[in-house]
Design a protein around this ligand. Structure first.
Ligand SMILES: [Zn+2]
Length: 339
């Protein structure tokens, strides 16, 4: 078990201050982690899954570890270097330094993740010696958080290896079984809209609690995110127009013709690019045209049409049509723009 103080920090009114909204998700994550359960956060890209996991790390207390790559507990070292050396220097690390991110991909192999036997050292020390073992990425999460992004993009073989580590604390590398007492909190993610991925096996998912994380719950929350994450230049963005820019993206997410929906990054993109358009036109205030002129470049590649409609229109045509309809339905968009 790793050293946390979740029993104290999680009872604060809002522990995850880096994420706006997402009350239910935060509650579920806290409840699972408090009981040392492994979590998979399921949600579309750009909703803040990484930020949430980093926020969990920030809440971890400062600890003293050996001055090695694997943050070994001085009393209970796990890496070959610390195990073979009698004494090691120690250092203090803050919560946010106790965070390791691994990107799930079909190319990730078991050796990257778990480690490998170093053939030269194996000759010297013997193949089963701890000195011959070159630890993989997973070890760097020792005494911290292992954030495994898009875990469902990994080959099944790797899922099984990961499972073995989480379950038994051992790993099989080649024909050797290596004790892997790495100690970490596992937070994985999955994108439900990603269809190009491996199915997670039942045995695998049985080891986790799943927490859903969706798009920002309300327009106001999304506006707040946009204003806090987006780049701001010396141009005024009228509030009613920002409402409409974000609303346009939010309406697209509800569109039944879309297979891939625009993320919060799309809203941020419109916010930034509309300001830039006004600036380049030597104006101090954003107008509706500035937003309209950013739509194609910001959104075209961020959406995907369902196969049933894909062959009838391009993404660009689809967006033009949606924009025309949006303008008709939102008079103030037209007026506000002084077209
Ligand atoms: Zn070590």
């Amino acid at each position: 078990m790793i050293k946390t103080n979740f029993d104290v920090t999680f009872r604060k009114k809002d522990s995850f201050t880096d994420i706006l909204g997402q009350k239910n998700t935060k509650q579920q994550v806290k409840s699972a982690l408090l009981m040392d359960r492994h979590v998979i956060v399921v949600g579309p890209p750009g909703v803040g899954k990484t930020t949430l996991a980093r926020n969990v790390a920030k809440l971890l207390p400062e600890i003293t570890v050996n001055d090695c790559e694997f943050h070994c507990d001085p009393k209970n070292p796990v890496c070959p270097r610390c195990l073979s050396k009698k004494a090691s220097k120690t250092k203090k690390i803050r919560g946010e330094e106790r965070f390791i991110r691994i990107q799930g991909s079909p190319d990730l192999n078991v050796e990257d993740l778990l480690g490998d036997i170093d053939p030269i050292k194996a000759l010297k020390f013997g193949p089963l010696s701890i000195e011959a073992f070159a630890p993989g990425k997973i070890f760097r999460a020792n005494n911290g958080i292992l954030f495994f992004d898009e875990v469902n993009r990994c080959p099944e073989k790797l899922q099984n290896a990961l499972l073995q580590v989480l379950q038994e604390g051992t790993a099989t590398i080649g024909s050797y079984s290596v004790d892997l007492p790495a100690n970490f909190i596992f937070i994985g993610t999955m994108n439900p809209e990603d269809t190009s991925t491996e199915r997670l096996s039942d045995v695998f998912v049985d080891r986790f609690d799943v927490v859903n994380m969706g798009y920002p719950e309300t327009l106001n929350i999304e506006k707040e995110i946009v204003a806090s994450k987006g780049k701001k230049i010396d141009v005024t963005f009228p509030d009613n127009l920002l409402n409409l820019a974000v609303l346009f993206v939010r309406i697209l997410r509800e569109n039944k013709d879309l297979e891939k929906k625009p993320s919060v990054r799309a809203s941020i993109g419109l916010y930034e690019r509309a300001q830039a358009n006004a600036f380049l036109d030597n104006r101090k205030t954003v107008n509706a045209d500035d937003i309209a002129n950013a739509i194609i470049s910001v959104l075209m590649h961020r959406i995907e049409l369902k196969p049933s409609v894909k062959y009838l229109q391009s993404n660009e045509e689809f967006l033009q049509k949606e924009l025309r309809q949006f303008v008709q339905e939102h008079e103030e968009f037209e007026k506000g723009g002084g077209r």
